[in-house]
Design a protein around this ligand. Sequence first.
Ligand SMILES: NC(=O)c1ccc[n+]([C@@H]2O[C@H](COP(=O)([O-])OP(=O)(O)OC[C@H]3O[C@@H](n4cnc5c(N)ncnc54)[C@H](O)[C@@H]3O)[C@@H](O)[C@H]2O)c1
Length: 316
Amino acid sequence: MIYLITGCAGFIGFHLSNNLLKNKKNKVYGIDSLNNYYPTKIKRERLRILKKKKNFFFKKIDLTDKKKIGIFFSKINLDYIFHFAGQPGVLYSFKNPKSYKSNNIIATKNLLNVIHKNKIRKFIFASSSSVYGDQKIYPIRETFKVRPINYYASTKIVCEKLIRRSFANCKNKFIIFRFFTVYGPYGRPDMFIHKLLNNVKIKKTIKLHNYGKNLRDYTYIDDVVKILKYYIKLKHLKQNIFNICRSQPIETNKLIKKIQKSLKRDIKFKLIPKVKGEMYITHGSNKRIFKRFKLRFTSIDKGIEQTIKTYNLKGF
Ligand SMILES: NC(=O)c1ccc[n+]([C@@H]2O[C@H](COP(=O)([O-])OP(=O)(O)OC[C@H]3O[C@@H](n4cnc5c(N)ncnc54)[C@H](O)[C@@H]3O)[C@@H](O)[C@H]2O)c1
């Protein structure tokens, strides 16, 4: 099979590419702009690992560059496209909304305009739990109304609409996955666990928003990859939107204790009030995913242990 993964140097794109490359019959094309939203050192390290495989082909392309992507797509035929490139992060969307418009909305529009919809088997999009905002009932099901409380979430909703419209006549050809706080080795340094590990390393205090009472539905990267790989193979899907979550949220205060135990080091933290635009709880339902695929999710203890092990060994 021939795969394209946009955002292959990013956290999720890297893990998926790395897994697909294990099958030598697969060809994986990766695109990434290698932007500096967070230090590029980790993106380059992820790429270095992928480039060791002969069936991986990387092209540094910014998806906002219509001309370049036009040329790229005129030369290849693809079976699956995973569109994981984008501008993530909730709080940064208040600081730099332009980056969300370009890298989420415009990038997705450009990509949809150049792909050969009839020829591909599936187009898979990385959406986010943040589209749901704060709800009254938990766990959140895919049928719940979206209630974005930050610009990041709004751009993901626009992308979802663009994809639905673009594939209106071929409903079985796209899947939108709404990820809930994915974590694991080589994780994003702007997300809580790796931010914490980096702070501990330099003995810096970490701020716990909402006095450490926020709840997050942490989902381990290997579980995410397993779900992605299973679902893309299904020919007929009744639905196109799926939550990917463990459905067992954990409070930041509890998570800190687990990390402290595993790290065997003191963690300096400061409790601060709720931060504007941040959700209080992310807690998804995974019933829809489980209808077709049974998976024993990685426990948070095991996931943290694996993450810290790689961090201690590789520094990421
Ligand atoms: N990690 C999570 O918990 C999580 C949760 C919900 C949704 N998501 C979504 O999943 C996707 C992947 O997330 P991630 O955690 O791997 O993020 P990431 O930032 O590590 O990866 C995204 C990659 O996309 C690249 N990119 C950004 N704009 C680009 C452009 N215009 N052209 C080409 N490449 C570009 C970046 O350089 C980066 O390497 C993102 O769309 C994100 O919004 C992630």
